[in-house]
Design a protein around this ligand. Structure first.
Ligand SMILES: *Cc1c(COP(=O)(O)O)cnc(C)c1O
Length: 465
């Protein structure tokens, strides 16, 4: 077989040659599914579990570091801050920390997770659009970097830094308004996006420049041009506009006031096949071509990738409880639906997932491809993990795996039908091929759902009168 031919693993479409990591990742995943079934981690009592490939996460972190090392001048300070919202799990943040990756947080909860994982304040960036005064105060006390979203927030920061030694690197988030992508809800650089200071609005650019000239402690500039669905060239244009603004600020200030550019995250993920593309290396090279000045050593860099670091390394596995047929279409009824794949269920065109079929022993299922639906357990008709997907016919007792769900899926539980959060297990493969699992997050017990649902206040409403 030629290297660039499709090598057919059972999940369909590992293209060798372009992503050297793809085949290994798919093989580890198959081994993990089989081991999970053999070790009884998935059975009639536990029909749904989420898996995280620790090796894969390390590989992506290494690829990210290497991509920027290859384009930056020697000695350039680069902080890769993982966007915690993509996988808000303490062990994930800890693993990334070990790989030299910091944390981008956008809420008190995310900051608490980053701190629980031991991510240092100096490697943490706070970015949310609705920071309270208390959150700002905490961040400044800790020395965490803060990007102000708007003039009112900057006024609050003014009051907090007055008369103190500022330890936190501080900046302003701008929206270069370069345009949106294919997914409206994730397009952060449209003309009317809610994020940052809209640079092309009348007077806005001048306001930003004056804000820096008035505040010598503003040393960073931040933009995050969008997530999944944005073209790389558009992302690069957003970075270029931000760089031009930093250059103008520094010219007007007569010194290198802005010393660090935070270019956000947003590298899209390929959900259509096993391959990781575009790669960090491709994006870093495009950035260097588009904005060479950003890489000549005058600026430090912060990145905030989320989805691209984790997506490929997560898998949701669920038992097929029933296999039925409706209107001539086979439907596999499983335990994975809207509670673990909310975006896919509500916006299937924007968020299609690949499903892999395994038999009752956890082995890749063979057989002719059959067009079928894979349904979840929730009580509404649209609760479908996949519609009309071609895969070997799923039968009762088989397992269906939703691939590429490591970011913004099972870690983003949606409590519909009081469905519990599934266990998240990390896995790694030893030299002899054996799989070791570790609990990342235990399954949610039903008692916890009852408690969270007001059990301690049972008579709250009846007593009101
Ligand atoms: C969501 C977000 C990110 C991460 O985006 P990904 O598409 O997951 O890489 C980075 N920065 C900010 C400010 C964000 O809101």
């Amino acid at each position: 077989m030629r290297a660039n031919e499709q090598t057919s693993d059972r999940t369909g479409d590992v293209t060798a040659g372009t992503d050297p990591r793809a085949a290994g990742r798919a093989a580890r995943r198959d081994a993990a599914v089989r081991a999970a079934v053999e070790q009884g981690l998935l059975d009639t009592d536990a029909p749904l579990v989420a898996l995280l490939d620790a090796t894969g996460i390390r590989e992506s972190a290494a690829d990210l570091r290497a991509a920027f090392e290859a384009v930056t001048a020697p000695g350039t300070p680069v902080l890769h801050a993982f966007a915690v919202k993509a996988s808000p799990l303490v062990p994930v943040l800890r693993l990334l920390r070990e790989e030299g990756i910091g944390a981008e947080v956008a809420s008190p909860g995310e900051l608490a997770l980053a701190r629980a994982a031991g991510v240092e304040p100096g490697r943490t960036v706070l970015d949310s659009p609705a920071k309270t005064l208390a959150e700002l105060r905490e961040a400044l006390e800790l020395g965490i970097a803060v990007n102000a979203d708007n003039p009112q927030e900057l006024e609050r920061i003014d009051a907090l830094v007055a008369g103190t030694d500022v330890r936190s690197p501080l900046g302003i988030r701008v929206n270069p308004q370069v345009g949106g992508g294919s997914i409206e809800a994730l397009s952060t650089a449209t003309a009317t996006s809610k994020f940052g200071v809209a640079l092309r609005d009348e007077g806005a650019r001048e306001w930003v420049i004056q804000a820096y000239l008035d505040r010598p402690w503003l040393t960073r500039l931040h933009a995050h041009t969008g997530s999944q669905g944005i073209a790389l060239t558009m992302m690069a244009r957003g970075v270029a506009e931000t760089y031009e603004l930093a250059e103008e600020i520094n010219r007007r200030a007569g010194r290198r006031q802005v010393d660090t550019l935070d270019i956000g995250g947003g590298l899209p993920v390929n959900f259509a096949s096993e391959e990781s593309r575009p790669t960090y290396a491709e994006y870093a090279r495009l950035l260097k071509e588009t904005v060479p000045g950003l890489f000549d050593g005058r600026y430090g860099l912060v990145t905030e990738f989320g989805r691209s670091l984790l997506a490929k390394h997560g898998t949701v596995i669920t038992r097929v409880e029933y296999a039925k047929s409706a209107g001539g279409r086979p439907v596999a009824v499983t335990h994975a639906g809207v509670q673990v794949a909310t975006r896919t269920v509500y916006a299937p065109e924007s968020w299609p997932l690949r499903i892999a079929a395994y038999d009752a022993k956890g082995l890749p299922k063979e057989g002719p491809a059959v067009v079928q639906d894979v349904a979840g357990p929730a009580c509404f008709a649209g609760d479908l993990l996949a519609q009309g997907q071609e895969l070997p016919l799923l039968e009762q007792g088989d397992y269906a795996a939703a691939l590429d769900t490591g970011a913004y899926y099972f870690a983003h539980h949606y409590a519909y039908n009081s469905l519990p959060r599934p266990a998240v297990l990390g896995y790694a493969q030893d030299a002899s091929g054996g799989i070791t699992f570790a609990t990342v997050r235990p399954a949610q017990p039903i008692e916890e759902i009852v408690a969270e649902s007001g059990a301690a206040h049972t008579d709250a409403l009846t007593h009101l009168g």
